[in-house]
Design a protein around this ligand. Structure first.
Ligand code: NAD
Length: 433
């Protein structure tokens, strides 16, 4: 019996291999076996501490009311307050949020941040709402969460479908429903806020910046020169567009982009800055005058040095893995590759740089924002970049070293480094009482 089956059995959960939560937990538990970590840690990792589902009504612009379903999953807080993004998407489910919450525990532990892992979301297509409806829904969601979030307890951030404006509404609502004498400085309840309202320099580009810092550290070992490499991107939202803009500054060639509106290609290189401006206006890459439309199949088959998924989870399946023609797959998105596709890619000799490393820049600058809020300080953009780079490089080295010591792939190594740290802290703290 595999370790995953035996742990899930003990918890009374039937393992479903297609379920994203079970996929992530299986990978984490498999990694824990490499280090022979104690059973109690495996059990604690396999279930979140708290799973909250809220239903709340919101008045629509036409006077009708709509009931929304929101989630907050708090996976683990042995390292510090829970921390994790808030997603607005029509496909949000409890297991999805649980999966993303586990990844947050792994990320914060890998980067050695004093945070635990959480995730939240609302099942909604945010683009189907007017700005006023979005604001009322956000405020009502925060009031439904009530004391389940807080700057010392659980600190949400942006994710797919949410942005700095949504974070500002969240913080403002939280401040308004807090006791008056305790309101000051409560904006630290969320990160990713606008600069004028307690946000940090560099938070917008942080996830892309972190991915680029990791690439600058690890690509030389793989004999890839950043200024001569070509790459394709899946997703051109916050993470994808910033990764592209920062890589273009370093001379890399962006050959193709796929997003929810279609795929575009330009063998000589797409202009990342112009594409970012175009997507901001047209909400997708389709029709971009600097590239040609082509099929999804052609997108995946295009030979490139790097393929960077920066869109949604589980987009790389066995079908498109069979077409993929790259040397390195960089997981700028959370869990973009299914376990079956991962096996196929590794068998083909593709190196996979794992999500808990490559997409950790966002939570790292969120930590800097939280720290600045607590100390009533504003760091310069250069200071944020410098401290982010130091954390990302240290984590990349940790993962590389662990992979060499254990002779394993980089995902397993990243989980092992995170789990080793969590285990040390559990051993020091002990289990209450
Ligand atoms: P976003 O909403 O800004 O962008 C999402 C992108 O995915 C868009 O370009 C969209 O077109 C694309 N997309 C959606 N459906 C698609 C489909 N079917 N096919 C192709 N493309 C599709 O989101 P984001 O903030 O850039 O997040 C992207 C990923 O990075 C997510 O996995 C998120 O959890 C992860 N992440 C984000 C942050 C952050 O700071 N924003 C931090 C860590 C991890």
């Amino acid at each position: 019996m595999s370790i995953t089956t035996s742990v899930l059995d003990e918890l009374g959960i039937t393992c479903q291999t297609e379920n994203i939560y079970h996929q992530i937990i299986s990978a984490v538990l498999d990694a824990s076996e490499q280090l022979e970590l104690p059973r109690r840690l495996q059990l604690m990792m396999a279930q979140p501490k708290n799973e909250l589902i809220v239903h709340f009504p919101v008045r629509m612009d036409d006077g009708s009311f709509r009931l929304f379903k929101g989630y907050r999953v708090q996976h683990n807080n042995v390292l510090g307050p829970y921390k994790g993004g808030t997603r607005y998407h029509e496909d949000v489910t409890l297991d999805h949020v649980k999966a993303l919450a586990v990844l947050m525990t792994m990320k914060t532990a890998l980067i050695r941040l004093p945070f635990g892992g959480a995730k939240g979301g609302v099942k909604v297509d945010p683009y189907s709402l007017s700005e006023d409806e979005l604001m009322r829904m956000t405020r009502r969601f925060v009031s439904a969460l009530g004391a389940n979030i807080g700057p010392d307890y659980d600190i949400p951030a942006p994710d797919v479908g949410t942005n700095a404006q949504v974070m500002a509404w969240m913080a403002d609502t939280y401040e308004n429903i807090s006791e008056p004498s305790k309101r000051l400085g409560r904006a630290g309840v969320v990160t990713g806020k606008p600069l004028e309202y307690g946000g940090s320099h560099g938070r917008d580009k942080a996830t892309g910046q972190g991915a680029v810092d990791v690439l600058e550290e690890l690509l030389p070992e793989l004999n890839i020169a950043i200024d001569q490499m070509s790459y394709s991107l899946i997703g051109f939202g916050n993470v994808g567009s910033w990764t592209a803009r920062l890589l273009s500054e370093r001379g890399a060639t962006l050959k193709a982009v796929l997003d929810h509106t279609g795929a575009i290609v330009n063998e000589k290189g797409l202009d990342a800055q112009a594409l970012a401006a175009y997507v901001a206006e047209h909400r997708g890459v389709a029709g971009f005058p600097g590239g040609k439309a082509f099929s999804e199949e052609d997108f995946y088959s295009l030979p490139v040095d790097l393929l960077i998924p920066a869109a949604l989870e589980q987009m790389i399946t066995t079908e498109n893995a069979a077409l993929i023609n790259c040397r390195v797959l960089v997981e700028a998105a959370n869990a973009p590759v299914t376990p079956a596709a991962e096996r196929d890619l590794l068998n083909k000799g593709v190196t996979i740089l794992p999500a808990i490393l490559c997409s950790a820049g966002g939570v790292t600058v969120s930590y800097f924002e939280w720290k600045q809020n607590r100390q009533a300080e504003v760091w310069s953009a250069e200071e944020v970049d410098r401290q982010l780079r130091a954390k990302m490089i240290a984590a990349a080295r940790r993962v590389n070293q662990m992979a060499k010591t254990l002779r394993c792939d980089l995902r397993t190594a990243a989980y092992c480094s995170a789990l080793e740290h969590l285990n040390k802290v559990y051993n020091i703290r002990g289990i209450f009482p």
